[in-house]
Design a protein around this ligand. Structure first.
Ligand code: AMP
Length: 396
């Protein structure tokens, strides 16, 4: 079954064409700056790659362009678009409504649209991707795979906030968790690598890239996760604050005459390591600054690492024990330096880093010593594969 996997952002579209169940990636694209001057399409397939510039005014036009490239004989990916059997879409917010991946019908589209209030940056863009496929490939089924679904196993004691219960009843204000597709893939892959049944394992997954979240997974089910009602809660991120005392919001609004929009912008776009360092949201810059002895970058890095370790500690307590701590996403797949900083603070858990195994980027690897009581490992995430798998499983 050939599955088109789409991850639509407000001005970008990422696609992969994956043949399942054998997980053969036939080609990949990134279309950037849709509806902005100077759209760029990067297309990589088995025998080559090409970069094309143009002006594409919306997601449907971008998808049409990509499909043209797919059947272009010089690219040699497909002979006909009829070969595409289904599309799997990343949808960020599924609320309590979508506990599992779901076939997209009119009702699902209405719900995803309604949920835009909770994920204004993501759900409308995800819908644009769905509409684009419906327009351009009207005969194939569309499946939505939600970032929130994997976390729906949390108990109320983990997902409720300590505010008046009526706000949950009225607006469903609660913790949802995000990056669920990644947490699911990485935890299952970790169990496979350790040759264990995930049902018998307690796993903590740290997905730390530009956005970042930790989850506690018991027997394959999420019992707690660090992102909340929105992706703002939890760890210190590239530009997002993560946890903070909510009283700071009212204090700054009064002191600085800030509006709700100003606060929202500050917490989402100007905080995190960017806000602390004043230099960059990219951990490569923060790491370089720290090594060069710069004070603000060092502070940003220390806060960043401490937060991760604090979550690992509290989730070990929630799980009662942790068999494996699994590191994934941009920062932890790539930075040996930050992996070591984290590992050095996990000796209380019986985790000892094997430094000879830590010098690498983007590989699956166990990096703790064989004597360690709990395993520390890196599993590069693969959300596209997981979306293809969920789509395949649902249609099969
Ligand atoms: P993601 O959001 O998962 O794509 O991760 C992107 C982020 O990973 C970047 O913004 C960087 O902060 C971080 N990153 C990527 N490569 C490295 C590296 N070699 N060292 C440290 N951080 C990195």
């Amino acid at each position: 079954m050939k599955i088109l996997v789409l991850n639509a952002g407000s001005s970008s579209l990422k696609y992969q064409l994956i043949s399942m169940p054998e997980w053969d990636v036939l080609s990949k694209w990134l279309v950037d700056k849709i509806a902005i001057e100077g759209t760029v399409i990067k297309h990589v397939w088995k025998e080559g790659k090409v970069e094309i510039a143009g002006n594409l005014e919306n997601h449907s036009v971008a998808l049409k362009k990509v499909l043209e490239l797919l059947v272009d004989p010089t690219h040699w990916v497909l002979t006909s678009l009829e070969e595409i059997d289904a599309a799997g879409h990343r949808v960020v917010h599924g609320w309590e409504h979508f506990v599992n991946s779901s076939k997209i019908d009119d009702h699902a589209k209405i719900k995803i649209d309604e949920l835009s209030e909770l994920a204004p940056l993501h759900n409308p863009a995800n819908l644009m991707g769905i509409y684009a496929v419906e327009e351009v490939l009207p005969n194939i089924p569309n499946i939505a795979v939600f970032d929130t679904s994997f976390h729906q196993t949390m108990e109320p004691s983990a997902y409720m906030y300590s505010i008046p219960y009526k706000y949950y009843e009225k607006y469903k204000v609660r913790r949802y968790g995000f990056h669920g597709t990644s947490h699911k893939y990485v935890s299952h892959r970790a169990a496979e690598m350790l040759d264990k049944d995930i049902k018998d394992m307690n796993i903590i997954v740290c997905h730390v890239g530009n956005g970042a979240s930790v989850s506690a997974i018991k027997g394959g089910k999420v019992v707690d996760t660090s992102m909340g009602f929105t992706p703002l809660e939890g760890l210190t991120m590239g530009t997002r604050s993560g946890d903070l005392d909510p009283a700071i919001v009212a204090f700054l609004m009064r002191k600085e005459n800030m509006t709700i929009e100003d606060i929202d912008h500050m917490l989402n776009k100007q905080s995190g390591v960017l806000g602390i360092s004043g230099v960059s949201s990219d951990m490569r810059d923060i790491e370089d600054g720290h090594i060069a002895g710069k004070v603000q970058e060092t502070l940003a890095l220390e806060i960043y690492v401490n937060k991760i370790v604090k979550y690992i500690g509290s989730y070990t307590a929630i799980l009662n024990w942790c068999d494996a701590v699994v590191l994934t996403a941009g920062t932890l797949e790539n930075s040996a330096y930050i992996r070591k900083m984290i590992a050095d603070k996990l000796t209380w858990l019986g985790i000892f880093l094997d430094e000879s195994k830590n010098d690498f980027r983007w590989e699956e690897r166990i990096i703790s010593t064989p004597e360690s009581k709990s395993v520390l490992m890196v599993v590069p995430t693969n959300e596209e594969y997981m979306i293809a798998k969920e789509t395949y499983d649902l249609l099969k």
